[in-house]
Structures are given as C-alpha cells and as structure tokens.
Design a binder for this molecule. Structure first.
Ligand SMILES: *Cc1c(COP(=O)(O)O)cnc(C)c1O
Length: 460
C-alpha cells in the first residue's frame, strides 16, 4: 500500500504520472538478476582498466535511472535509495522542476562566466539564500562548484575580514579533499593519507559527542573554548568552522547548548563563526538550515550538496560586510555559479516549498527513528540512534560498550545492497550506518527498505 503524504503531492507507483524523477519508475525494491548483474560486472571490468583505483564506489552496480526513492541499475534491478548520492538529491533524482529548469537554461546559454557576463539567476539565488539562511541581517553570497571550494572560500573571506590567520575545526570534522580542507578534515584514512604537507594554521578542538563523552552542551563548549583560548588565542583566530550535525564524521548531533555557546564566544572575540551546512543544508534536517534548529545564526554558511539537485554548485552566504571584505576580484572561479546550476538551485528551492519538503523531512525523521529504535531495542549492537530530519544514523558497537564495530557496518551495507537497499557508512571509526533518503521517497518504500535492513541485521 502506498501511503499518501499530506503536503507532499501525489506519490508515484507503477504507471502513475511522475512527480519526482524522469521516467515513471516503479517505487519498489525489485531484483531481477543477482547483484551485481552481468551488465554491471562487464562495466566494472572496463572501469578497473580505465578508472583510477584511487576512486572508490560503495555500490557494486552501475546506475541507469533514478527518481522518487529508487535507483535502477543497468541490469534492471530497482533499489531503495537511502543515500541520495551523499545527501545531494534531496528533492529527488531528476526532479521534474530541476530537469525543466536545466533544459530551458541549456537551450538559452550554458555558460558565460559570471565574472565576464553576469546573469539574473545568480543574483536571484543570492537573494533567496539571504532570506533562507538563519539571521535577520544584511547578507550576501558568492557561488562556487564544490563543497570544499565553499569551505576554502569561507576561510579566505574570514581571513580577509579579520586580518587573522588561524582556523579552528573540530574532532571528526569533514570539510573536503582540497589542500586546505584536507587540513581541516579530521580523518586520515582515506582522505589525507600520503597527501601532505597540509595547510598551516588549522587547529582542532574537541567536539560535543553525547554518546561518547556524556557531557552536556555548555560543559563540552567550555572544553573546546579552553583549547581555542589557550592553544590558539582569540586574537589570532579568523574563523571557527563547524558542522551543525557532523556528516562523514558520524552524524554526531552536539548536545543542546554546545553550538550557541561556541557561537557566542566567537561573537565576543570577533571570530567569524562558519556553519558548514554542506551536508545538513537545504531542507535535509527538516529546516532550511540545521543551524536554525540549534538557535544559531552563523556569520557565514557554506552550502553545497542538496542545493542544486545534483548539479555542481556551492555557496558561501552570510553577513554582507564579511562577504565584502576581500578585494574586488578576490573571489570567483570559471564555473562558480554556472547558469545550469543556479537555474537548478532555484528549481530546488521552489520544489521544497511547493512539495512541503521541510515537513516531509520531519515525517521521514519519525519513520526512521521508529524503525531504528525498534531495531536498537532488539539488537544490542545498535548503540545509538541519532540525527535530524532525513539525516539519521545508527552507531554500531560491541554490545553494552562504546567500542566501534566497523566490520558489522560494512557487512550490513554490503548485504543491504545485495538485497536491494542503498545504504552508506560513515564515522571516524567506520562504524556508523547513515540514512539519507531523498525527500521524494514514499513511506511504503521506506518501510520496505527497513524490512530488508531488519532481515540483514538478523542474519549478520
Ligand atoms: C561533502 C562535504 C564537504 C565537501 O563537499 P564536496 O562537494 O565533496 O567538495 C564539505 N563539508 C561537508 C560537511 C560535507 O559533507
């Protein structure tokens, strides 16, 4: 049975008109070959010969189509998508409004370079993001292509604004793979290993991690502030960069009060507070931006992943006077704010509003927590269930301890794929299973996916 979701538009089933996704893909898990099937195996062999072995893929099959809540592979197998291409296809894959906007824009012009000949969608997107990011103050934006590039530019902007150099990041942080963002990312393997030397003036403070440290938010914040004060010195500190809910680091939700205390300290000391909302941003957590759920108004927000429905776009949005600090021409990039991507992003914003996707993310949160708490009650290897909106994870441990069980996470993800569910792992210890379904997925498919996962856990 397909559950109709209020405010979310009609759900798709076999033969119905698509509201999300290109072709009318049946919204079901359906395997017609072994996984991976023969076509995927053939492509995998070609890939091994032609693609760098350093580029990994967690799924063993090749994509053919995707939409609503499914990914269909080249052998015709249909999988429930609980990953959204790492939190990117929040409004659904090939969402109709995105496809239409990109198609129309491609027919008009594909590129002029905003630094050469500007165009209106760039300006309109900056206006919209100024409204949607937390804080009632004058804001401006600059656009780039990847999340890492947005983070790098946020640091550049903060340095230009403050005349200071140091940057503080947190334990378990993930900020990207460029040289500066590798320095900011916590985890060595595989992101940094063998790639040094890294950029200087990056310092790491302890995060609030309720499952492991048991500290309340203010106490955890005092611990981090002591590090910033004593090891860096506020007078040297340009920016604090923090994910409101950590992404790759394990979907760690800081204890209440942690982020407000850090933000208050930043404000008192003239430090630019940067919320890296590349993963949490754009409706994923049930708010436009997760900072709002913490009662925090960042000076700068970095935005990417979910913003443009799969087209490469990132943004730094924040206080107008901070964005204006670098010299004219100091920010930019050939493809930054490419017109196909800005058109897609405006369509994403419209889709979130028209399909009621903030409310839909909160409904998905309820469903995920219900299923995962029931699993945790049965299975002592599930140590913690946490997250916000359609960004929820379980941390897997040796029963009764906080000792990470990465092998189990890997086994579950691998077996889930074989049974038709795309699920991703994360965490510094690799022992976290994360759930990031597109908000266009329907309840029936989500329940089917969690039935499969229950079976996988029972047999793992
Ligand atoms: C994915 C991610 C990045 C890096 O984004 P890319 O587009 O892969 O460069 C930065 N910060 C956070 C929080 C992320 O999740």
């Amino acid at each position: 049975m397909t559950t109709l979701t209020p405010g979310h538009g009609p759900q798709r089933t076999t033969g119905s008109t698509p509201t999300h996704g290109g072709p009318a893909l049946p919204q079901e898990i359906r395997l017609v070959t072994e996984v991976p099937g023969p076509r995927s195996r053939e492509l995998a062999a070609r890939r091994t010969a032609a693609v760098s072995a350093a580029v990994g893929s967690s799924m063993p099959f090749f994509a053919h189509a995707a939409g609503g809540g499914v990914v269909v592979d080249v052998d015709g197998n249909s999988y429930a998508d609980l990953g959204s291409g790492i939190a990117v296809t929040t409004v659904g894959n090939s969402a109709p409004a995105v496809v239409q906007a990109v198609t129309e824009q491609a027919a008009r012009f594909t590129h002029t370079c905003f630094m050469i000949t500007p165009y209106d969608s760039y300006v309109e997107l900056a206006e919209r993001l100024a409204e949607l990011t937390p804080g009632d103050f004058a804001k401006k934006s600059a656009f780039f292509t990847s999340g890492a590039e947005a983070v790098e530019n946020a640091v550049k902007i903060a340095r230009a604004h403050t005349g200071r150099q140091a940057v503080v990041v947190f334990d378990h942080a993930y900020h990207g793979r460029t040289n500066l963002t590798m320095a900011m990312t916590a985890k060595n393997m595989p992101y940094k290993n063998g790639f040094g030397p890294f950029a200087p003036e990056v310092y790491r403070a302890p995060l609030s991690y309720p499952f492991r440290d048991g500290l309340d938010g203010p106490t955890a914040a005092a611990r981090a502030i002591a590090v910033m004060d004593k090891q860096v010195g506020a007078a040297n500190l340009a920016a604090i960069v923090v994910e409101p809910v950590q992404g790759e680091g394990g979907f760690i939700v800081p204890a209440p009060g942690f982020l407000p205390a850090i933000a208050a300290w930043a404000r008192e000391n003239g430090v630019v507070f940067v919320a890296d909302e590349v993963q949490t941003g754009l409706a994923r957590t049930g708010a436009w931006f997760a900072s709002a759920l913490e009662g925090v108004e960042p000076d700068l927000v970095t935005i990417a992943k979910g913003v443009a429905g799969g087209l490469p776009l990132s943004a730094v949005t924040g206080r107008a006077e901070v964005l204006d600090a670098p010299v004219t021409g100091g920010l930019g990039g050939t493809y930054g704010g490419n017109p196909l991507a800005t058109a897609a992003a405006l369509a994403v914003l419209r889709t979130v509003e028209e399909d009621g996707l903030l409310a839909r993310a909160r409904q998905i949160e309820e469903l995920l927590f219900r299923r995962l708490r029931a699993l945790a009650d049965r299975d002592p290897r599930v140590g913690d269930v946490r997250g916000r909106g359609a960004m929820v994870a379980v941390e897997l441990v040796a029963p009764g301890t906080t000792e990470p069980d990465a092998a189990l996470a890997k086994k579950v993800a691998t077996e889930a794929a074989r049974r038709g569910v795309v699920v991703l792992t994360c965490g510094t210890d690799g022992n976290v299973l994360r759930f990031l379904p597109p908000l266009s997925i329907d309840d029936a498919l989500l329940e089917q996916a969690f039935d499969v996962l229950d079976g996988v856990f029972a047999s793992a």
